[in-house]
Design a protein around this ligand. Structure first.
Ligand code: NAD
Length: 298
């Protein structure tokens, strides 16, 4: 018999399935469930034990891990059946990217129902989920850290404890707000450089070693050439899709509003990515926004 915790794993989508597969390979007993039958089948095909309902996934387990599209999905499932189905003191490990206020509400509901709770959103995308190299931003009680880390380390290579409930989500949206702003800034700099007669490589060689240096230039460079692995070299296939950037910036906007924060660059990046995504670019890498900057259509 294994001493590893039993995990109810709900949400077997693009991210959840490869994460579940990594836990399965590490020897964990899972109870996998998704509302989409094909997703359940894909998990079963990978050798993961699956169950017939969300409530069944939360019964007789040590940890309930959720990887859902939005905070509303999380709150609905917690309220409707997950919190009731779980045994007292179950650890609710919420890995979706959701609104900070909703993450705190979910944690309060879980604690009020006699459980423990942590938010652990990820960065690293599907590639990171498959490779087990995700970064987890953790909002959790210190007493639960060892138990949580032991599980997360099979799906990720970096786990940062950011504080109490909701802090993981807070750190994720602050980071992604900066990323959205910096990518638009990088795109504008390269387009201006083009119009001033600069070669992409020459401008890259300067920015990458000067004070404008940032991930949006050195890793995800929005023009083809200087960084061979960046999505610009493959017609902006993601990578990190514009729809997901628009979603995360929407969460940042909501947090700006809740906290009465005047962050004009973040708010503008949110509006520009929402427009870019809605105008037929949802599946384009977020660096593809350079084309809209160049065309003047943003
Ligand atoms: P996805 O839509 O592919 O997967 C979500 C899954 O949750 C779906 O299969 C859906 O059927 C399932 N689901 C919804 N409600 C459910 C319920 N009540 N019970 C069981 N299953 C339910 O989305 P994804 O790309 O896997 O992303 C999941 C989360 O991770 C999102 O919050 C997203 O923002 C975040 N995220 C995604 C990426 C990425 O690159 N895809 C990167 C970082 C973070």
């Amino acid at each position: 018999m294994s001493n590893l915790p039993v995990i109810g794993f709900l949400g077997l989508g693009h991210m959840g399935l490869p994460m579940a597969i990594n836990l399965h390979r590490a020897g964990y007993k899972l109870k996998g469930f998704d509302v989409v039958p094909a997703a359940v089948q894909a998990a079963a095909d990978a050798g993961i034990e699956t169950v017939d309902s969300g409530a069944d996934a939360a019964k007789d387990v040590d940890i309930v891990l959720t990887m859902f599209p939005s905070g509303q999905h999380v709150l609905d499932a917690y309220r409707s059946y997950l919190l009731d189905a779980a045994a007292p003191n179950t650890l609710f490990l919420e890995c979706s990217t959701i609104d900070v206020a909703q993450a705190r509400e979910a944690a309060e509901l879980a604690v009020a129902a006699g459980h423990r709770s942590a938010d652990a959103p990820v960065s690293g995308g599907v590639v990171g989920a498959e490779a087990g190299t995700l970064t987890f931003m953790l909002g959790a009680e210190a007493a639960d850290l060892a138990e949580i880390t032991a599980v997360l380390e099979h799906m990720g290579k970096r786990i940062v404890h950011c504080g109490g409930h909701g802090s993981g989500q807070a750190a994720k949206i602050c980071n992604n707000m900066l990323l959205g702003v910096s990518m638009i800034g990088a795109a504008e700099a390269f387009v201006l450089g083009e119009r001033l007669g600069l070669e992409h490589q020459a401008l890259y060689d300067v920015i990458s070693t000067a004070s404008g240096q940032c991930w949006s230039v050195t890793t995800n460079c929005p023009v083809p050439g200087p960084v061979p692995a960046s999505p610009a070299n493959r017609d902006y296939q993601p990578g990190f899709a514009a729809a997901l950037m628009a979603k995360d910036l929407g969460l940042a906007s909501s947090a700006l509003e809740h906290t009465d924060t005047d962050a004009r660059m973040g708010a503008l990046a949110a509006a520009l990515y929402r427009k870019f995504s809605d105008e037929g670019n949802a599946g384009t890498d977020f660096s593809g926004i350079i084309n809209a900057v160049r065309e003047g259509t943003l």
